[in-house]
Design a protein around this ligand. Structure first.
Ligand SMILES: NC(=O)c1ccc[n+]([C@@H]2O[C@H](COP(=O)([O-])OP(=O)(O)OC[C@H]3O[C@@H](n4cnc5c(N)ncnc54)[C@H](OP(=O)(O)O)[C@@H]3O)[C@@H](O)[C@H]2O)c1
Length: 286
């Protein structure tokens, strides 16, 4: 049985991935409490002890707005520490799978188009800058995949869907309608990771989201439609949102990630609406 060192095993993505991979792999999961990825010696020692076929990094500093004020910590975790993990992968001849983000792009691409993996990154937010450094460090591993995902939600974590359900008792809900991207369920991202591990396509970057595009406002309307909630959803511009939340980080207008490269290796993610419907069936059971 192949071995996996799964870093960030108690996060929203890492938790679900651990449960799934345990059915097919010998998985050793670590958390911030058991392995701080900023501690290079500890990362190298853990990898030597496990001698994994795959190292998967789901750990990150993920609070996008907090990255603006805690840049140094965010940069250590999302950027510099990935070099430790890449070094550990190299030393053990392991394949590194690292999770990155659509926020490495500035979002200025015309909205009819989607970003491909070969387009230049130019992050506008602190979070995006730290994650871009992480991508560059991941590439130092000889065998690596950087999977850029976006607008991630899953059962095991705080996320946008849960927030929209929680505030649906309000008279109305106002949501940004001029940022475009793909809501992505952790279940779909786990499926993509598992297929990457099985197929082992050419190393490099793969855009890894659900299929199809919408806006945060469109996403909210679909959540309410599927959940049978009648609360009116009002469109906001990014500028109006920023005026109401001046502390918030700038987000890319166009976060659309092309999945053509993923298709070219035989991986076809579910449509975002279908993944959301399946997620809500579970989420609303509770
Ligand atoms: N969520 C999104 O919308 C989104 C969008 C695009 C990309 N991504 C990427 O997807 C991946 C998974 O995201 P997620 O939402 O599942 O994240 P998450 O739930 O926040 O999990 C991240 C985990 O990393 C841990 N961690 C933080 N600092 C660490 C350190 N120094 N050493 C070891 N572990 C540390 C956190 O521990 P604590 O909780 O104890 O701090 C947490 O368990 C990340 O790479 C993220 O950047 C997420």
């Amino acid at each position: 049985m192949k071995k996996v060192l799964l870093i960030g095993a108690d996060g929203m993505l890492g938790g679900e991935l651990k449960d799934r991979l345990e059915q097919k792999y010998e998985v050793v999961g670590t958390t911030l409490q058991t392995l701080d990825i900023c501690d290079k010696a500890a990362v190298l020692a853990k990898a030597k002890e496990v001698a994994p076929d795959f190292i998967i990094n789901c750990a990150a500093y993920t609070n996008v707005d907090a990255c603006e004020v805690n840049f140094d910590l965010a940069n250590r975790v999302n950027g510099e520490a990935v070099a430790n993990i890449a070094e550990a992968a190299k030393q053990n001849n392991s394949t590194l799978i690292h999770i990155s983000t659509d926020y490495v792009f500035d979002g200025k691409l015309e909205v009819e188009r989607a970003y491909t993996e070969d387009m230049s990154a130019n992050p506008v937010s602190a979070y995006g800058k730290t994650k871009y450094l992480g991508e560059q460090n991941a590439a130092k591993a000889e065998k690596y995949y950087v999977l850029r995902t976006a607008w991630l939600y899953g059962l095991g974590g705080k996320n946008f869907v849960k927030t929209m359900l929680r505030i649906s008792n309000n008279e109305k809900v106002s949501v940004v309608d001029d940022q475009h991207g793909s809501p992505t369920c952790t279940t779909t991202l786990c499926e993509i990771i598992e297929q990457i591990m099985e197929k082992e396509p050419a190393y490099g970057i793969y855009h890894s989201t659900n299929e199809g595009f919408t806006t945060w406002c469109g996403f909210t309307r679909k959540i309410y439609e599927l959940a049978g909630i009648a609360t009116p959803v009002i469109s906001l511009t990014s500028q109006e949102y920023k005026e109401q939340h001046p502390e918030s980080s700038d987000r890319p207008t166009n976060s659309k990630l092309s999945k053509e490269k993923l298709h070219s290796v035989g991986i076809y993610p579910a449509k975002w609406e279908d993944a959301l419907a399946n997620y809500l069936k579970e989420e609303l059971k509770n």
